[in-house]
Design a protein around this ligand. Structure first.
Ligand code: NAD
Length: 498
């Protein structure tokens, strides 16, 4: 059985302990590899390698860092298929979808190829007599990333290229459920010429995470995962004096106005609800049907939901793969049971789906629930599976109230033909990322990604300008090269411009 090892200081290491986790092929329901689970000593080793590498990487020129990122970017393109295959086999998502996440991750690398421009700083000539000022940003040191299972390539790529291009070194703790892609990414960095120790991968579970959160030599932590763990990571690492951005879970609403093109909306809602089996933090999970078009919308959603082909991610005909684990499938089934028992109408039922030749796979079919109310657990909880729920409200105001009363604030979208509706919706919702007739409004790499409320703890969003700000700290130099005059002489008053 293949063992996935840590990558520390440019070497594969088994680690100091004996603990291992199984890595499944969710389409077959079989274990395909095991992954080493780090003990605190292994986290120490990863941080020590990163700390040593920072001594030189932190002063490497912008030109060198930029060129490294250009080479890394090309390798990510060359190995796109290999990365997608690993993602699909460990996560379960279909190959084309896996390729999509590799492309979206690569775009972050393309953004940081322009790191010389991004770190240009500012200069003010003559802020006072004979005095000039300039500001610039410097790296923090060793940064760490803790990432979820659902985007094993893209989410880490939101973090480490930005951190490394800014002059930091990095320790990644990927999800133990699909750790294989991080190994391949590490080898691509090495092939691109990144010095040993700048990028390290330490696999593990809570033991490794806690060691990262408490490590005195880690300056900043980026986390993406579920809300309870995001809250925990933020509070524990902040209490340890670290800079932290912790992105949490989501319940993304799509508000469909009566003037919307219902066919267009139904096509996009089904894609956004069931793509990747609903295991996306930007998946649409709650459809809010406004006014009289609800029945027609549900009919159209039923047609689209029933037409989806479910099968192993490796087969070209599959539009939706399995969910990641048996536990995830049982949890999702439990939510559908609870919704039905609470009075929701099960319009399309994905429970008990069996895929021929893959009877032990973790499959559950796309499920559509109508007449859901805000009190039901299918609404209050993040299901993180292929379950689309429909709530009915009378007006736009009621829809906005619903969105804003929800504790999550990651993404939301409105389907409408009215610019006025789109504008007031965009301005009034307490949500970080908003789509107008765009179901999954994931910002491009040169904007920043992040939610509000329980979807993000910390001040900075990831990648884009906020990512660069997160991984650097500002300095302002006030300069005088005196030709000593009467005015320039020191005095005890607080310095003011003259
Ligand atoms: P998760 O919270 O279970 O795990 C995330 C990371 O935390 C993993 O590396 C895991 O090893 C670690 N972890 C898990 N339990 C822990 C514990 N008790 N103590 C310390 N560390 C722990 O999340 P997941 O199931 O891997 O991913 C799905 C979740 O991630 C969903 O809630 C989804 O919405 C969220 N997500 C959010 C975003 C975003 O941008 N906001 C993006 C992707 C995924």
């Amino acid at each position: 059985m293949k063992l996935i090892e840590h990558w520390i200081g440019g070497k594969h290491l088994t680690g100091s302990g004996e603990r291992r986790a199984d890595v499944y092929d969710p389409a077959l329901g079989e274990v395909q590899a095991t992954v080493a689970l780090a003990e605190p000593a292994d986290v120490d080793a990863g941080v020590a390698a990163a700390r040593d590498a920072f001594q030189t990487w932190g002063t490497t020129s912008l030109t060198q860092r930029s060129r490294l990122m250009f080479r890394f970017r090309d390798l990510l393109e060359r190995y796109e298929d290999d990365l997608a295959k690993v993602v699909s086999s460990e996560h379960g998502k279909v190959l084309e979808d896996a390729r999509g996440e590799v492309v979206r991750g690569r775009e972050v690398v393309e953004f940081v190829c322009g790191i010389p421009q991004l770190l240009k700083g500012e200069y003010s000539d003559s802020v006072s007599g004979g005095v000039d000022s300039y500001s610039f940003r410097q790296p923090l040191g060793v940064c760490a990333g803790i990432t979820p299972f659902n985007f094993p390539v893209m989410v880490p790529l939101w973090m480490h290229p930005v951190a490394i291009a800014c002059g930091n070194t990095f320790v990644l703790k990927p999800s133990e459920r699909d750790p294989g892609a991080s190994d391949l990414v590490a080898s691509l960095y090495a092939e691109a010429g990144l010095p040993d120790g700048v990028f390290n991968v330490v696999h593990g579970d809570k033991v490794a995470v806690d060691a990262v959160l408490d490590h005195p030599d880690i300056a900043a932590i980026s986390f993406v995962g579920s809300t309870p763990i995001a809250r925990y990571v933020h509070s524990r690492a902040s209490a340890n004096g670290k800079r932290v951005q912790a992105l949490g879970g989501a319940k993304n609403h799509a508000v469909v106005m009566p003037d919307a093109d219902l066919d267009f909306a139904a096509d996009h809602l089904a894609a956004a609800g069931y793509g990747s089996a609903g295991q996306r933090c930007m998946a649409i999970s709650a459809v809010v049907a406004v006014g009289p078009s609800a029945d027609a919308l549900v009919d159209k959603l039923r047609e689209r939901t029933q037409a989806i082909t479910v099968g192993p991610g490796s087969e070209a005909a599959s539009q939706m793969g399995p969910v990641v684990t048996e536990g995830a499938r049982d949890r999702i089934t439990g939510y559908i049971d609870a919704g039905e028992a609470g009075g929701a109408a099960v319009v399309v039922d994905g429970r008990g789906l069996s895929v021929a030749g893959h009877e032990d796979g973790f499959f559950i079919g796309p499920t559509l629930l109508d007449n859901v109310t805000p009190q039901m657990s299918v609404y209050t909880d993040e299901i993180f599976g292929p379950v689309l729920i429909v709530l009915r409200v009378p007006t736009l105001e009621a829809a906005i109230e619903l969105v804003n009363a929800n504790p999550y604030g990651n993404g939301t979208t409105v389907f409408t033909h009215s610019g006025e509706v789109a504008r007031s919706f965009s301005r009034q919702v307490s949500v970080g990322m908003i789509g107008v007739n765009v179901p999954i409004p994931v910002p491009m790499a040169y904007h920043s990604f992040g939610g509000w409320k329980d979807s993000l703890f910390g001040d900075h969003h990831v990648h884009g300008p906020e990512g660069v700000a997160f991984y650097t700290q500002a300095k302002v130099v006030t300069n005088r090269w005196p030709h000593v005059s009467e005015e320039a002489l020191a005095h005890l008053n607080f310095p003011t411009a003259r």
